[in-house]
Design a protein around this ligand. Structure first.
Ligand code: ADP
Length: 144
């Protein structure tokens, strides 16, 4: 069976994605791997934990997911991977939980993600990346 690679994408942060592109392209070449891209729309409780009042300005969930899928598709277009090897997922909730959940659901062989936002330079590993490294059952490639 061909390999499954999970690539969670923070669609609000293009710098992170640029870092992972060459690594994902290399893994995709290894065999007929399928690349599962996942964008998670953080839910209200997640934003609230940062003390931001996003909920009041958020349009309804379906609209947000459609918009996120469009942005994710634009980002994926930057990867040189054949269309028939790409799966797209958009979910709402807590990024780390959905990354770990989807990895189990698709039985991922490896998760590839960036370590943290460049602006958060005090952390070597962002909170989502840290949780994925700690709890994933499969291998995780953290790109720095
Ligand atoms: P930081 O806290 O600096 O943003 P994170 O741990 O959140 O660091 O981000 C590291 C990686 O986690 C990202 O490169 C991405 O792969 C993944 N990630 C973070 N947020 C999301 C999200 N909303 N949807 C999908 N993946 C995400």
């Amino acid at each position: 069976m061909s390999k499954k690679i999970l690539v969670p994408i923070d669609i609000s942060e293009m710098e992170l994605t640029k870092q992972v592109i060459p690594h994902v392209e290399n893994y995709a070449k290894l065999d007929d791997a399928t690349i599962h891209f996942l964008a998670v729309i953080p839910d209200y409780t997640y934003f609230a934990s940062y003390g931001l009042g996003y909920a009041s300005i958020a349009p309804d969930a379906r609209e947000r997911e459609a918009a996120a899928l469009e942005t994710l598709s634009d980002i994926i277009a930057k990867f040189k991977i054949p269309d028939d090897r790409i799966e797209k997922h958009v979910l709402s909730g807590t990024p780390k939980d959905h990354i770990l959940g989807l990895a189990e659901d698709i039985d991922a062989d490896v998760i590839i993600l960036a370590s943290h936002r460049p602006s958060m330079s005090t952390y070597l590993l962002g909170s989502n990346a840290a949780a994925v490294v700690r709890h994933a059952r499969c291998s995780v490639l953290v790109v720095r």
